[in-house]
Design a protein around this ligand. Structure first.
Ligand code: 13P
Ligand code: SF4
Length: 331
């Protein structure tokens, strides 16, 4: 039997599961008993996506968290996503099966440094990507996701000076599309900056019929060869309606599971990373969540995400603003 101190140290419940346990059946039983819902991001492994009550991108998941009617949300994703769910549904117990599931992009924006940056630019509206810690959100005016970032920036009055944080690639992608006075925080996601342009072009040369589709967190040279750029949700919508039959997919390969389910008639090739043996660029943080950890987390209702009330209130305001603007714009 695990002890509370073990979770604090390890960040997850490390208990041996009896051989032959049907994890899917056990998870189903527990979620029913405990009135729990499992929310999963598209970057989770296929088994987790398939047992989830709801699978989506960051915007879908925050909307879902805001409207969920359950006693427990188990978040199969990374820490900032579970935090957002807790902020939007403070009465609900939020579980994250492994507290070590962080995010390199979120880590590239330390709150103390960001606070100084914001204070040094008091005349600017702060737009922050949802891939950030609650402390960063609390210092922001509006949150965005990769689905709505461009439209939110476009929606703000043209003379409004902006700060965009923390992703430099998403920031550059937006500032190349709109003429705005925008200071961009120089943070990045290691998964999306790892793609190799050279190796993508090699694949394209041997598959000239393939369309290159990438996430805006990718670097400019990769974005420049792309036929379509969008959030994970937008990429999924795109492959559903687009005519191509083959795609080179420049984002975390977890999304390919949904793409194949949506369009089994099409071929999806993960874009390769510079130094990978798996031939793709996986998010090691997302992949810390496993079926075993989900089962144990539901069983013991640990690790629970505990947040400071005042911080939650401060971080909630800019997230709600994002949801309001997105609803208003029909995104
Ligand atoms: P979206 O879910 O907005 O596509 O963001 C991708 C991502 O990097 C999540 O960590
Ligand atoms: Fe963070 Fe990148 Fe992983 Fe998304 S893919 S959770 S941005 S490290």
């Amino acid at each position: 039997m695990f002890k509370r101190s073990d979770i604090t140290e390890k960040g997850y419940i490390d208990e041996k599961i009896e051989k032959g346990t049907d994890l899917k059946a056990e998870i189903n039983k527990l979620r029913k008993e405990k009135n729990a819902v499992i929310l999963a991001h598209y970057y989770q492994t296929p088994d987790i996506q398939d047992i989830a009550d709801f699978v989506g991108d960051s915007l879908d998941l925050s909307r879902k968290a805001a409207s969920v009617n359950a006693d427990i949300i188990l978040f199969a994703g990374v820490h900032f996503m579970a935090e957002t769910a807790k902020i939007l549904s403070p009465q609900t117990k939020v579980l994250i099966p492994d507290l070590n599931a962080g995010c390199s992009l979120s880590d590239s924006c330390p709150p103390e440094e960001f606070k100084k940056f914001v204070e040094a630019n008091p005349d600017r509206t702060v737009i922050t990507y949802i891939n950030s810690a609650a402390e960063i959100k609390a210092l922001s005016d509006i949150i965005c996701t990769s689905t709505n970032a461009f439209k939110i920036v476009e929606y703000l009055p043209e003379d409004e000076k902006l700060i965009f944080a923390p992703d430099r690639n998403l920031g550059n992608y937006i500032s190349n599309k709109v003429d705005r006075d925008m200071l961009i925080w120089q943070g990045a996601c290691h998964v999306h900056e790892e793609f190799s342009l050279e190796r993508i072009l090699d694949i394209k040369n041997s598959n000239p019929d393939a369309s290159i589709i990438v996430h805006p967190e990718c670097e400019l040279p990769v974005r420049m060869v792309a036929d379509f750029i969008g959030s994970t949700g937008a990429l999924l919508k795109h492959i559903n309606k687009d005519d191509s039959l083959k795609y080179i997919v420049g984002t975390e390969p977890g999304i390919i599971h949904q793409m194949k389910k949506n369009r089994p008639d099409k071929t999806f090739i993960p874009a390769p990373a510079k130094d990978s043996t798996c031939g793709c660029s996986e998010c090691n943080f997302m992949k810390l969540i496993t079926m075993e950890k989900i089962y144990l987390s539901l069983k013991y209702e640990e690790p629970e995400l505990i947040m400071n009330d005042e911080l939650m209130k401060k971080a909630e305001r800019p997230i709600r603003k994002m949801l309001e603007i997105s609803d208003h714009l029909g995104i």
